[in-house]
Design a protein around this ligand. Sequence first.
Ligand code: FAD
Length: 336
Amino acid sequence: MLIVGQGLAGTALGLELERAGVPFAIASDGHARAASMAAAGLVNPVQGQRFVKVWRVEELRPFAEDWYRGVEAELGVTLWHPLRLRRLFANATEAARAARKLASGELAPFARAADGGVEIHGAAWVDLPALLTRAAERWRARGVLCAAAVTHAEVQADATGVVWRGERFAAAVLCTGRGVLAREFFPELPFEAAKGEILHVGGSELPVGHAVSRGTWAIADAPGRARVGATYEPGVEDEAASATARASLLASARAFVPGNLTVIEQRAGVRVSLPDRLPAAGWRHDARIGLFGALGSKGTLFAPWLARRWREALGGATNAWPDAVSVARSHASGGR
Ligand SMILES: Cc1cc2nc3c(=O)[nH]c(=O)nc-3n(C[C@H](O)[C@H](O)[C@H](O)COP(=O)(O)OP(=O)(O)OC[C@H]3O[C@@H](n4cnc5c(N)ncnc54)[C@H](O)[C@@H]3O)c2cc1C
């Protein structure tokens, strides 16, 4: 098996294959442009202005926690950090909407009313940079990770597998995030990109392990520190930190995070989604080139579960992926 890209998707797939004893190699062009290195790693079961429970969250969230905790033991690094997340209302419409949903039981067991907002249960943040860095060290030491930018022309698929730079593999799975390779091999998929930026700030008086959100969120990840994010710029595809994002994130965080906030670091990345905001997994027509992508803004929750589905598919399972996340699903009706 050849995995292309070692962001969150490629790392999760590699770890699953390792557990299953399936031999694999990873070709990675490094982490400089990986969205996973910019991401906050937030797992939030109830999202958005409309207070919507994430797709299959009852199954995905416990799976993700078990999975990351298992990887912690394997890699010797702390990844899963539980959070007390308070979602503050930005206006009266949001308050009324949340009240309706809480009364109907639609958000149970993940939300309950709190002063000026909603308290979200089951939230956490995952240290994705630590996961990627530690896995890369291990795979580099074992000769599994190869530093290379794979091009479309180099990958030759035939009846028995895939050949890349003279080496034969049973198949290749593209875990390339916003990289062009997925668009070249899956031109029928209407990928959408959105740039995002986050700040690491000092001077926060939010207690460690607490997070607050009001459009912008703040996560207290260390004493006196917090991460604040994220901007969302549809159609923008660069990883340059911008002064505009820095100013707007700082201004909104200062409105609800106690303390004298100062910027320590700024990170930017590009999320890739499909119109229905669900991820994509599955084979191209020849069943030799696969895709594990379109993780959008919820990769932290989706990736472990999808990696397990991939492991099952590579073990011979048919229908490993529900239709809702299959690369073959239709996108004719647009977003939801
Ligand atoms: C600012 C920001 C905040 C976010 N916050 C959250 C959050 O709180 N929670 C959450 O769940 N999600 C969040 N996300 C989304 C999350 O980052 C993604 O869902 C997830 O990290 C995507 O992982 P990936 O492996 O698909 O892509 P990436 O992490 O981008 O990894 C792809 C890798 O493949 C490499 N690559 C590409 N092409 C090639 C090639 N041809 N050859 C070799 N290597 C190649 C790239 O260099 C990269 O290293 C955020 C994103 C951003 C930008």
